[in-house]
Design a protein around this ligand. Sequence first.
Ligand code: ATP
Ligand code: MG
Length: 650
Amino acid sequence: MSETLANLLQENRRFEPPAALADAANVKADAYEEADADRLAFWAKQAHRLDWAKEWDQVLDWSNPPFAKWFVGGELNVAYNCLDRHVAAGRGDKVAIHWEGEPGDTRTLTYADLHALTCQAANALADLGVRAGDRVAIYLPMIPEAAVAMLACARIGATHSVVFGGFSADALSGRIQDASAKVVITADGGYRRGKPSGLKTIVDEAVAQCPTIEHVLVVRRTGQEVAWSERDLWWHETVETASTEHEAQPFDAEHPLFILYTSGTTAKPKGILHTTGGYLTQASYTQHAVFDLKPETDVYWCTADIGWVTGHSYIVYGPLSNGATQVMYEGTPDTPHKGRFWDIVDKYGVTILYTAPTLIRTMMKWGDEFPAAANLSSLRVLGSVGEPINPEAWMWYRKNIGHDNTPVVDTWWQTETGAIMISPLPGVTGTKPGSAMRPLPGISADVVDDEGKSVPNGGGGFLVLREPWPSMLRTIWGDDQRFIDTYWSRFPGMYFAGDGAKKDDDGDLWLLGRVDDVMLVSGHNISTTEVESALVSHPSVAEAAVVGATDPTTGQAIVAFTIPRGSVDTAGDAGEALIKELRDHVAKTLGPIAKPRQIMLVAELPKTRSGKIMRRLLRDVAEHRSLGDVTTLQDSTVMDLISDGMKSAK
Ligand code: ATP
Ligand code: MG
């Protein structure tokens, strides 16, 4: 982005919080004033929502930026805060997890159950020689043992590194090696798309390259045959036979809690390091504030995988530290049918749902009849995370899932930020479809131009964070220099998020996608997000990805890959007519400058395993290059189909 980002999309719809929700909201408008008046006092107050074994001496030590220390001198145990204190307060019988396996099997774990199992796992890991500070890799399907494994590590001060269960042996071994993990916790397999998938086989292949691994602990989930060696141990023989008594020791507030590798949408994944006190403070507070979570009455469901940061902060640490009852689902949304999610919402009476734009757009593509067949009346707050949400997808979500009266909170954050940073508060903020609205209380986000100067309302540029925040990453594991170079060098004294954003006339924030994806067309910086949103606002379009391809006259030209909605006819002339209509529609919505040079109708888009569109591969296609690294792609055959289509369209 040479100057500022063009501000093309206008959105005038507004949705105020329902009055009853606003009246009873956990967090009210005064939280902003309180945090503005004294940011550190505000965060100290939120830290007091947790139980500390030793109070801190200093809220923030920022004497050696960008290396922050929060709650200096304080001590606490994360697992104690997520489990023991609820049991001690007489809430042991409360359901912590309603688990639903993909084949339809279920388990119910109370806080007492989860506590006992975590103590057993902590004892078993300690018996295997795992000590505070050691690293443990976790490569599990979405079963309760995934949460237990994380909590057991936290309990004994071991640093976990969860690797998404869909990653290859190479990806897994790279992450194990980078962290020098001592133990891997895995399963024989898990269920996805109606079939058992093998995990242990992948671990065996990965561990062959990992001399630091001493033991592989294996949960039996599918019962499939697995190869076995000396270092392998069954979970049911090791953990489930261990003592259920374990006293949690407190750890320093800055003790490393976990390493998590970013999704790898843009480049080689980075091992993001999070620590104990600040991380839990913000994960816990944001769960309470952004979702208005009422532990006594709500049933919360986050559809993310535990392998992503969303699963860390909003399946494990956020909900459990607040004593929530939640749903955990193992499988895919279309197994055995496309209404599975909505069946789950009705079955458990889910009140708060947190999911991703990719899923919402997929549901739009499948059609309105699936949610329409369900009741969904229990829902009262809807959340979105992972990518910019197109205004039309936001509207679809609110209308078809949220019966037109449920607040939608679009939450912006990253693996690096550890917890939600920019989001509406459901009982406070009047929302605008597609906008993440305002930084949360205690967070100072801004949009700056090339020189790091704050842009005025109506302007666009780079998203930055001006002040340290409790759940910020502390470094990139083993690479302080990359930490400094990646996040702190672009603008001195500010954290550079790598995302483009704009401020509207009211000063509310709109995320415009990654800075690397911004297009330069005839001297104008245009965001891929805005053009995609314009395409998705056409009734025939479910999903779109846009890239800038080199063009001899305009510098870059806009090339769009578009997935039509389920019912739309695209055969022959109908397809040609639709393409013309879509080009005109974009020109009308955003102005002629944004009219795509070319639109391709496709059946799928290349996505990372966390469901994000990988535009750099589409750029390769649009510029007729051979494809770059495809290892984090969910389904690499998608690219062959798109490349073939591109050739025939030429
Ligand atoms: P990598 O950094 O390895 O390329 P990644 O950025 O996809 O991978 P994550 O940390 O999982 O890895 O994702 C954070 C990014 O997701 C943000 O920087 C932003 O681009 C996008 N994102 C997340 N939530 C939102 C949101 N609500 N609106 C817009 N973008 C979002
Ligand atoms: Mg990133």
